[in-house]
Design a protein around this ligand. Structure first.
Ligand SMILES: *[C@@H]1O[C@H](CO)[C@@H](O)[C@H](O)[C@H]1NC(C)=O
Ligand SMILES: *[C@@H]1O[C@H](CO)[C@@H](O)[C@H](O)[C@H]1NC(C)=O
Ligand SMILES: *[C@@H]1O[C@H](CO)[C@@H](O)[C@H](O)[C@H]1NC(C)=O
Ligand SMILES: *[C@@H]1O[C@H](CO)[C@@H](O)[C@H](O)[C@H]1NC(C)=O
Ligand SMILES: *[C@@H]1O[C@H](CO)[C@@H](O)[C@H](O)[C@H]1NC(C)=O
Ligand SMILES: *[C@@H]1O[C@H](CO)[C@@H](O)[C@H](O)[C@H]1NC(C)=O
Ligand SMILES: *[C@@H]1O[C@H](CO)[C@@H](O)[C@H](O)[C@H]1NC(C)=O
Ligand SMILES: *[C@@H]1O[C@H](CO)[C@@H](O)[C@H](O)[C@H]1NC(C)=O
Length: 797
């Protein structure tokens, strides 16, 4: 105490006068900002974009912060704080000051007494504390380039464009909208060089992004780049050194942006064009916020409701622990009993709980599962779920009821252990309490009116609601269930959440010069080349009007629009206006794999072909496994693999024209329709056996053979018997026959590849290809096994 007081005396003696003009441009040694004058004592960046000063966060409580400047007449708008010096310890509204001391240190004094924060800098040289136009508060030497301290090195919950996240920095969410103290979520680079999100809550901690059940490479990440740097650029592209990246849906436009780890554990990018506009969400990392750990706390379930958004509810027999804060979850209203005969079980349909299992029994009867739970005092309930593939029931007994989600599509039940004799009613206990952060956050985003499309998205997010993992969508070719009569029109914000932009028909007409430059044609429509006003080249697919394909259209928009992988074609936007349905994609310089394979000149040497094989395998593994077999492409062929300027493959065309009926989600008859392209289709389509991700594996195998031999399976058909029966055999049989000879790889290899070739790699490709085209789908490898095989070889050599 005496120390701080003498400190202040020193300060006051040395610098008896205060800086006092409205809007300061910088602070020099000996000057200070004072909390009483927080409206005037504000450091403003040169063009006025950012302000730094005391910001009132509560009654008589202030923090020293940096924020986006708002216009005077918009002062009702919430201020967007991008940095805070003292987020945990607000200072008093009286006598608190920020000093730049003569010693070179910046200190924040609370009520003229306690030093609550300092920059820990020292210098004899003349210094200046100023706010740069990019929002970085910098302490620098007046003469010379030395920067002693900058706020960019100590981010709180927000990154500004071009502010790197490094191995030394992290983002920590705020506790809530109004409470800026550190919350439970953290974004950082882990020891394996992967950027990830952790939840560190009152009771438990866990990693939820990338999902902990995925290996990093399955999530499209790499461990090998130890640079550990991630950055959002001013155009809206986020790139991390572990291979994770995304583009905001308003990519390319120059505007104010910020990337924030919100208090609900989601990362969102917010944009606005200028001071007069409102902020909107231009990207969010996690679409289904129910998968964020700890979102509703323990003993609760998270669910989506079409009208209200995300909801948390306590399980029967449990009540909310802290009525203002779901992160504390729910607590039992009863005493746990160890006595078997005093326990009963409460059945919940369509609720599942992830993790914290004490036992797992494959193929268990209900009675076994129940008695297993009764035997342990610490068993709070069990999940009894049906495993469709194997036609068995699985039993998970639970130590804790965490990560609860409600999902109508979850085939299984959860049984809560409750004491007998109590009258726990579902109706009472699952009283739903709304906890919709999104609505509040996005109320600024005003769309003209809710279109059918937006309602559909709304509905989609509902479907997504409860599934254990990210994606729900659809099986082969998208069995998307429709909502009969969507209603409610307050959810315009959803528009922004899917990572792409809506264009008007006239915009796209101009971009394509009245649809003059045709570059491709398919069942679903015609593809034109175009250029957006921001000079990006795009491929614009105009869907056939006759198709009436709202469903197909929406399927493609929602699937590609939400997914994110470097080997997946990127969708930038769409247009749905009157009868017009258009999709806007990034333009691929090098056309399709099919064009390249059939071109007279050899554009693809063996190493490019190998890379294409690996990239395509990676994205399929991502679709099949990260999304847990929910997304099957069903039309893998060289025409749908596009090549960018570096000949990296990008998978395109998600079966637009193939989604014919989307009314019966659970009906297998959906599969009775053959989907795909002759020559590349798996035999299951014909033999009427179950359709799984292995149909894509098969098609992928044929594509590999196509790439190795340069022979198209459809061409092969023409040599011999034509027709459905022989639809797949020729090319494969030819390669199998050749395999008997010693130099088979050389014999089958596309002559265009030439002699300058690593034939051992070609052999690996050929062997993998033959495994993939096995008639028995169980013998075919999964796509992640294919990736492993190709990748292992990549690393070895
Ligand atoms: C500040 O504004 C001027 C005039 O509008 C502009 O020319 C300049 O580029 C801006 N500077 C920054 C750093 O944005
Ligand atoms: C706020 O002020 C600016 C400039 O003075 C003006 O252009 C704008 O229309 C005003 N906005 C509102 C909502 O009054
Ligand atoms: C903000 O959150 C912190 C940490 O949970 C808590 O200690 C503090 O009391 C909260 N402040 C307010 C004003 O609720
Ligand atoms: C590692 O990541 C950085 C930043 O993204 C990039 O510049 C660099 O090329 C990467 N290094 C390797 C070996 O991929
Ligand atoms: C369990 O409860 C039953 C019925 O309430 C009682 O008869 C029995 O003694 C209890 N057993 C133990 C071990 O407490
Ligand atoms: C499951 O258990 C039943 C009876 O215990 C047995 O008949 C059946 O073969 C088992 N199924 C599998 C797939 O193990
Ligand atoms: C739960 O109880 C069982 C037996 O009652 C015991 O074996 C197990 O270690 C307990 N688990 C925990 C995490 O306490
Ligand atoms: C349980 O509660 C419901 C409604 O809350 C009531 O109708 C019913 O009679 C109660 N049953 C018992 C056994 O108390």
């Amino acid at each position: 105490m005496t120390f701080t007081i003498s400190y202040i005396f020193l300060v006051l003696l040395l610098f008896p006068f205060q800086y006092c003009s409205s809007s300061v441009s910088s602070l020099n040694k000996g000057s200070s900002l004072s909390v009483e004058k927080h409206t005037e004592d504000v450091i403003v960046s040169s063009n006025g974009t950012f302000s730094a000063g005391f910001y009132q966060i509560g009654e008589n409580a202030f923090s020293f912060a940096i924020w986006f400047t708002e216009l005077q007449n918009q002062s009702h708008n919430p201020v967007n704080i991008v940095w805070m010096a003292n987020r945990e310890q607000p200072v008093n509204g009286k006598n608190s000051k920020l000093f730049l001391l003569n010693t070179g240190n910046i200190i924040l004094l609370d009520a003229g007494q306690h030093n609550t924060w300092s920059s820990n800098t020292a210098s004899d040289a003349p210094l200046e504390l100023y706010l740069r136009e990019d929002g970085n508060l910098v302490l620098r030497e007046l003469q010379g380039p030395t920067i002693l301290w900058q706020s960019y090195d100590f981010p709180t919950n927000t990154l500004l464009p071009n502010q790197p996240l490094t191995r030394y920095t992290n983002l920590v969410s705020s506790r809530s909208h109004s409470n800026h103290s550190s919350g439970f979520y953290k974004l950082f680079f882990d020891d394996n060089n992967v950027i990830r999100l952790d939840y560190d809550g009152p009771d438990i901690s866990s990693t939820y992004w990338p999902p902990s059940f995925l290996l990093s490479w399955q999530a499209g990440r790499t461990n090998y780049n130890s640079t550990r740097i991630a950055l959002l650029d001013s155009l809206g592209k986020f790139i991390s050194s572990d291979n994770y990246f995304f583009s905001t849906y308003d990519y390319g436009m120059v505007m104010q942006r910020r990337l924030t780890l919100d208090s609900d554990g989601n990362i969102r990018v917010y944009s606005r064009k200028n001071l007069l506009e409102n902020w909107y969400v231009s990207w969010q990392v996690i679409s289904d916020t129910c998968i964020i750990d700890g979102i509703c706390g323990a003993n609760s379930a998270c669910s989506y409701d079409p009208k209200k958004g995300k909801k948390c509810s306590c399980l029967p027999g449990y009540k909310m622990k802290n009525h203002n804060d779901w992160s504390y979850g729910c607590e039992p209203t009863f005493d746990f009993t160890c006595n078997k005969s005093e326990s009963t079980f409460f059945e919940l349909h369509g609720f599942e709980f992830y993790g914290y299992d004490s036992n797992f029994v494959q193929n268990s009867t209900y009675e076994n599962c129940e008695s297993l739970c009764l035997q342990a005092c610490n068993c709070t309930g069990f999940q009894y779920s049906y495993e469709e593939d194997q036609n068995i029931f699985q039993c998970y007994t639970k130590l804790q009821l965490l990560n609860g989600r409600h999902s109508p599509s979850f085939i299984g039940k959860t049984f809560l252990r409750l004491p007998k004799g109590n009258n726990f009613s579902k109706e009472e206990s699952i009283s739903v309490t709304d906890n919709v952060c999104l609505l509040q956050l996005h109320k600024d985003f005003v769309g003209k009116q809710t279109s059918h499309l937006l309602k559909f998205f709304m509905w989609l997010s509902v479907t997504v609601g409860g599934l254990e993992f990210f994606f729900f969508v659809v099986v082969c070719c998208f069995l998307i269930k429709t909502e009969k009569k969507p209603n409610g029109d307050r959810h315009n914000y959803h528009h922004a959440l899917f990572g792409f932009r809506r264009y008007s028909y006239s915009e796209l007409k101009i971009a394509t010069k009245n649809f003059s430059n045709e570059i491709g044609r398919g069942g679903g429509g015609i593809v034109y080349r175009g250029t957006l006003p921001d000079e990006r080249h795009v491929a614009i697919k105009r869907l056939n009007e006759a198709k009436q394909g709202e469903g197909e259209f929406l399927a493609e928009v929602s699937i590609i629009g939400r997914l994110n992988h470097m080997n997946l074609i990127e969708m930038w936007g769409y247009c749905a206006e009157g009868k017009h349905r258009l999709l806007v994609y990034e333009y691929m310089e090098n056309g399709s794999l099919a064009e390249n394979l059939s071109s007279k000149t050899n554009t693809l040497d063996w190493s490019k072909r190998y890379d294409i094989a690996l990239g395509t395998a990676r994205v399929l593994a991502y679709l099949h496994e990260e999304c847990l077999e929910w997304i099957l492409h069903c039309d893998i062929k060289p025409q749908n693999i596009l090549l960018d300027s570096n000949f990296q493959p990008k998978l395109a065309d998600f079966g637009l024209s193939k989604l014919k009926s989307r009314n019966n989600l659970n009906n297998n008859s959906e599969f009775s329709m053959i989907r795909g392209t002759r020559g590349y289709m798996a035999p299951e389509w014909i033999s009427n056996s179950p359709i799984t991700s292995k149909v894509d594996v098969y098609s992928y195998g044929v594509v590999l053979l196509d790439m190795i031999t340069g022979k198209s399976p459809t061409m092969m058909n023409m040599e011999g018997v034509d027709g459905e029966v022989a639809y797949n055999g020729r090319l494969i049989n030819w390669v199998r026959e050749k395999k008997r000879s010693r130099c088979w790889v050389e014999e089958i290899m596309d002559p265009k590849i030439g002699t300058n070739c690593d034939s051992s790699k070609m052999e690996i490709l050929a062997k993998v290809a033959l495994e993939c085209v096995e008639v028995d789908k169980n013998i075919r490898p999964t796509m992640s096994q294919v990736v492993e095989k190709l990748q292992r070889n990549e690393i070895d050599s």
